[in-house]
Each structure stands twice: as structure tokens, then as C-alpha cells.
Design a protein around this ligand. Sequence first.
Ligand SMILES: Cc1cc2nc3c(=O)[nH]c(=O)nc-3n(C[C@H](O)[C@H](O)[C@H](O)COP(=O)(O)OP(=O)(O)OC[C@H]3O[C@@H](n4cnc5c(N)ncnc54)[C@H](O)[C@@H]3O)c2cc1C
Length: 513
Amino acid sequence: MQLILTPEQAARPELLRKAIAAELGVAETRIADYRIVRKSVDARSRLPKILLTVDAFIDRPASELHYEKPDYRNVEHAEPVIIVGAGPAGLFAALQLLEKGLKPVILERGKDVGERKKDIAILNRNQGFQPESNYCFGEGGAGTFSDGKLFSRSKKRGNIQRILELFHFHGAADTILYEAHPHIGSDKLPQIIRNMRQTILEHGGEIHFNTRVSEILLHEDTVSGCRTADGETYTARNLILATGHSAHDIYSILHAAGIQLEAKGFAMGVRVEHPQKLIDSIQYHSKQRDPYLPAASYSLVTQVNGRGVYSFCMCPGGHIVPAGSGEEQIVVNGMSASQRNSPYANSGIVVEIRPEDVPADFQQYGALAGLHFQQHVEKLAYKNNGGKGLAAPAQRLADFVSGRLSPDLPACSYLPGLISSPLHFWLPDMIGKRLQQGFRDFDHKMHGYLTNQAVVVGVESRSSSPVRIPRDPETRQHIRIKGLYPCGEGAGYAGGITSSAMDGILSALAINP
Ligand SMILES: Cc1cc2nc3c(=O)[nH]c(=O)nc-3n(C[C@H](O)[C@H](O)[C@H](O)COP(=O)(O)OP(=O)(O)OC[C@H]3O[C@@H](n4cnc5c(N)ncnc54)[C@H](O)[C@@H]3O)c2cc1C
């Protein structure tokens, strides 16, 4: 049954029940239960509406939540498959291997999620950076302290609903099964990741933390295992490489070993933060957000001089976080807690960069040219942060667009602090100039968006990988190395949690015992 409701009707169970009864023309007492199947916000008109698809149960109890529970087998003595990296790609590959009857052996350079949380608290206070334990590295990968938005632009990749079901099976709220834009939140993700670890260990899989893979072992052109930085050797015929796009060392290791890589398009830019109230008032057409409506979000895209400029990973009610993975680099990203209740709305605004756009100085690095350019821009941000650790260079948005230094900066969610800096001056023109025009275009789409109440923070450089590890589309193995399964965002085949998780599942399915 489809219902079009006010936000209050949709949020309050007693009103929703009334609406269901009225729609069905039955007495309210006969509605024994109901289940929301789909929920979205339609904010096109002055009075935003909630669109609900509901299953109602008349005179009978609700049926069980209907999705197929995973059938995990005991794999203690089964053939091992090495998985390098415990991000969404690695974890979902491991879960799929359990269903297949193969033994996942996960090697993860970072710490378990509990220990990692402590390092992240120190990072947020700008009191020290741990190269192996940060927003990128550690159990759950870049996905753990992320926003936890679970939607994918691409529906072609596979059964996205299955990913949501597996998150739900491991403890995520029912809402992710029916919200049009499902979201978990960085406060809930760590427990879900722990539950996944529990599943893997209980069924005989292995997870080794603080274990950085430093070499892939080959016998001729076939994988035989890997060696860790501590000199330990793990043996297996199949290895899923799910190291994410921040593990730059892995690309260098593969490159040095003569394993073929390819340059691919990527994107870089800044993160912009507005007061959430301002975004609410633009998107919901009113000064005050209805208390039953969620913090408003947006999605923007334009073309400037033949390249896309677009919003990326928009976090309503969120925080900007330091998401670098090395010393002397400033990288920012965004996240939000499940309630999305911070007073700020942030989003990456990035410019598409094709391999041929990478400046000539970097082309000497071949397939790694984009990676070196990315590192250069991250270093530029570091050089412009006044030597203050993880403080990020920033500028008021209208000042950035008109090329003026900001004498002061607005309050911002970025905990390590901001330093006023002329980003319009030091960002490479191909990025900075396009961003300036992009923000002007966005103001036409969302009047009031281009304002000095907003701040741009540098740099948003890790929205996608500049490198691809080529693989056969059928076997999903590297085009030359048998038994090597490049997978997830770092291999250049995914972007975001759900698509990385999907890629992990498909790679695991491709492995034959
Ligand atoms: C702050 C933040 C917010 C984000 N918000 C969202 C969001 O809301 N929605 C969304 O879809 N995406 C979001 N993302 C992106 C998302 O997290 C990534 O797309 C996703 O995690 C990629 O999954 P992956 O498994 O391919 O790689 P990763 O998650 O990067 O995992 C790779 C893992 O491999 C490990 N590793 C690397 N090298 C080695 C090695 N040599 N040996 C052993 N282990 C190694 C790393 O420590 C890491 O744990 C966010 C990212 C960040 C940083």
C-alpha cells in the first residue's frame, strides 16, 4: 500500500496506524501490525511529504522479516583464501567464503576496531597520528568511521539489497532495509563490524590484526601466498587483494614486482561545510525544519570546461574528519552519527580528473602518475596549514570563489582546527578554477548556497582511486597473475561501502575450491 503522509504522520506510530486504517477502510483495531517496505522524502513542494510503502497485517500478526539468512559453514579445516584488508570488500568477501565453504584468512595492517577508536580520538584532538591506525586503516577499513551511507549510484553491480540484509543480520537497524537513502552512522558501525568479526571467527576463519602485507609471493605467474612486514609467510593458492585506495605502498610494491597496473580517472577538490539550518531552509523551503523531517541533504553536479564538478559523500548533520593515511599530508572527508544531529552539513565537492589531465611533471610515473599528483596536492594542503599538525587549510566559500583571503573563519565541525589559507591561489588551476565556477553554478540550483557562512576545507582527494589493478572480467583474477583477485576500491572497481562490499562478494564467488 502506498501512502503520502506528513512527516509527523509518518514518524508517529499511532498516526501512521490511523492512516493505514483509513486507506484500507477498516477499523484501526483490526490493524494488528504493519511493516514499512520503502520510505522516501519528497521535498519538491513547500510542504515536504513522506512517501511510504507499507505492508499491513489485518487480524493477524506480522510475518517474520523476510530475507534469506546466510548459511555460514564451518571452515576451520577448509582450503584457506588470503584476504588482504578488512574493509567492506575484504569482510564481505570473507562472509561469502564462509557460505562457500572456503576458509578466509584476513590480514589487516591496522588494529581491531576498539583499539582503533582510541587512536582516532587522539587524531581528532590533533595530538598525534598513527600511520597504521587512523580513519583509513584498521578493522572495517575506511568504512568503519565513515558516514555509513549505504547507497550506490550503480545498480548494475549486483544485488545491493543483499548487502543491506547482511548489514542488518549483523546488527544494523531495520530502517536500512527500507529507507530510500539508507544510513548507519559512525556511532553504530563499529559494533556491526565486531559482529562480522565474530561470525568469521566462530565459523573457523582467521583475522590477524597489526599484520601488514609487504610482498605477494608468486610461483612463476601464480600466487603462492604472501609475506608480512614482520617476515611471516602465509600460504594459499588464492589471494583477494582488498587494500583500499589509501594503501599507496601496495601499488608501489606491485609496480616494483612488475605486476601490471593502469592509470584511471579520479577526482579531487575540497569539502564544503554549511550550517545545517541553511541547507534545511533551502531544501525544505522554510526557515524552520519540521522536527519530524531528517536533516536535509543535497546532490549537485555541473560541467566546467569539459569536466564534471560534483558533490560527493554529502553528510547532513555531520562532521569533517582528518582522513589521511600518512605523515605530511592533509586529507579531509566527512561522516555523521546515526542521528545526524550536528549543526553542520558537509559535502565533498570534487572535480573529475582524467589520466590525460595529470600535469606533465607527473607523467614520468606512468600508471602511478595520478597517485603522485594526488600526493602532491595533499602535501600542498599540509604546507598551507601553518605547521599545525592536522589543522586543515580553509577559506570562506564566497571568498574562495571571488579569490579573497578570509580574515576569519566560521565555526566548523573539523576538530583538529582550521587555518585561514588562500585555497584559490594554491590549488592547481584545473581544480581551483573549476571549483569556483562549479560553486557559482550550484548557487543557481540551490539559491543561497554560495555564501560566506560556508567554509571550504582542503583537500578532498580520496574520493576514488587513481589506479586500477587490471583483472579479467570473467575470472576476476589479475590479467597476468593467476590466483590474485584485485578487489574493492583500491583495485579501482568500486567506490563506496556498498559497491566495495559487492565487489568482495563477487570476487569470493569467483574462487573455485
Ligand atoms: C571518513 C570517511 C567517510 C566515508 N563515508 C562513506 C559513506 O558514507 N558511504 C560510502 O559508501 N562510502 C564512504 N566512504 C568510503 C568507503 O569507506 C570506502 O569506499 C570503502 O571503505 C572502500 O572499501 P574497501 O574494502 O575497498 O577498502 P578500505 O575500506 O579502504 O579497506 C582496506 C583495508 O585494507 C587494509 N590494508 C591496506 N594495505 C594493507 C596491507 N598492505 N596489509 C594489510 N592490510 C592492508 C587497510 O588497513 C584497510 O583496513 C567514506 C570514507 C571515509 C574515509
